[in-house]
Design a protein around this ligand. Structure first.
Ligand SMILES: [Zn+2]
Length: 367
């Protein structure tokens, strides 16, 4: 099937923001309906900036009105996993200094970075020239809805110290990001909660695309894509979650993962190393509210998060804003089913389990 212009429904937002979607209908004779013909709508959605396509089966998505709690089986299994992993955890305070790497001396960071209960040190096996791991508190396990703004503020402040030191040492290394895999279904091999921050001479593929497309948008419109996106979503309302003077939260129109939330830092700072303590606190408050919302409204217990930061030492506030994505992953059950299959991994075309509009509606009250 080809996606022709005639078939695409376009909802015009502010400036050049266009929400494009295409609906097709599949007919099956369903065993659930005594083999009567059942029609199912498949909606294809395109991201207004990066042109990323995703799909939603409307029948399935609208059925997920409110995610249920993870359940007793989940709790029992989690407890076992937590207890077993706590017996020898390199990230617990009694082991951390003996078993985690130290920074090399030329960075001038000392052995490790400590801010309050946050400890940052090099990753043991790196996939970035500058790749650090930071523990989110001394507790071996923290439930997703129990993270405090304090520990996340410390994590952001500690990350900024690292980014600044690396950039001072090598000014070509200016593309940082802050990332979070939480619990094994998200690809985290260690239960003790920790962030991973990286800094390289080149941005990641998606960061590069976001920066480039944002710049292109500004060149064409003399406007900022992120401001226009927020204005568009605010007016439409259905995916708009909340905003304050620091940031705005949306359910992503064309998501990359399940239960996806987009956070946009609206203050004109694209270089996170220019953040004040108050900025770090405001971001931390936003993140912990989003975690609570995903846990309570969507039944999410395991997540991935990425912050797409602007380059260090450059002001991109004309055309960019710091933005982030959080997606949920399967619950840690003994026989859980993975949620990344051929569509996501090999076709780059994720299938949304719930409609973004339903996600926004259910998470709103937790912000
Ligand atoms: Zn631990």
């Amino acid at each position: 099937m080809s996606k022709t212009k005639e078939e695409i429904e376009v909802i015009k937002g502010k400036g050049n923001v266009r929400f494009e979607k295409l609906s097709r209908y599949a007919k099956i004779r369903s065993p659930l309906e005594k083999f009567e013909v059942v029609e199912q709508e498949i909606e294809f959605r395109k991201d207004p900036l990066i042109n990323h396509w995703s799909r939603i089966n409307k029948l399935r998505a609208d059925r997920v009105k409110q995610a249920s709690a993870p359940g007793e089986n989940f709790e029992t299994n989690l407890q076992t996993v937590v207890e077993n992993s706590a017996k020898k955890c390199f990230f617990c305070p009694e082991n951390l200094t003996s078993y985690t790497p130290k920074f090399s001396e030329e960075l001038g960071l000392g052995e490790r970075i400590t801010v309050g209960d946050f400890n940052l040190f090099p990753n043991l096996y790196v996939f970035s020239q500058y790749h650090a791991v930071g523990t989110l508190g001394n507790d071996h396990f923290t439930q997703l809805d129990k993270f405090t703004p304090k520990i996340w503020q410390e994590a952001i402040e500690g990350s900024i110290k690292f980014f600044k030191a690396v950039h001072k040492y090598d000014t070509n290394v200016k593309y940082p990001s802050i990332n979070f895999n939480f619990l094994p279904p998200s690809a985290s091999s260690i239960i003790h909660p920790h962030i991973q921050i990286i800094q390289d001479i080149k941005p990641t593929k998606l960061t590069e695309k976001l920066l480039r497309k944002s710049q292109q948008y500004t060149n064409e419109t003399k406007s900022n894509y992120w401001s226009d996106l927020i204005a568009s979503e605010r007016k439409l309302g259905e995916r708009f979650i909340v905003e304050n003077e620091f940031m705005t939260w949306l359910a992503t129109f064309s998501p990359m993962g399940k239960n996806e939330l987009t956070g946009i830092v609206t203050i004109p700072k694209t270089d996170i190393s220019t953040f004040t303590k108050a900025d770090s606190r405001d971001l931390a408050v936003g993140l912990t509210k989003a975690f609570k919302a995903l846990y309570h409204a969507r039944g999410a217990t395991s997540i991935n998060m990425a912050l797409y930061l602007g380059p260090i030492g450059q002001d991109r506030s004309d055309d960019y804003r710091i933005n982030l994505k959080i997606v949920s992953r399967p619950n840690l059950l003994p026989n859980y089913t993975g949620d990344i299959g051929f569509m996501e991994l090999l076709h780059y075309e994720p299938i949304a389990a719930a409609s973004p509009e339903n996600i926004a509606e259910t998470v709103r009250k937790y912000f």
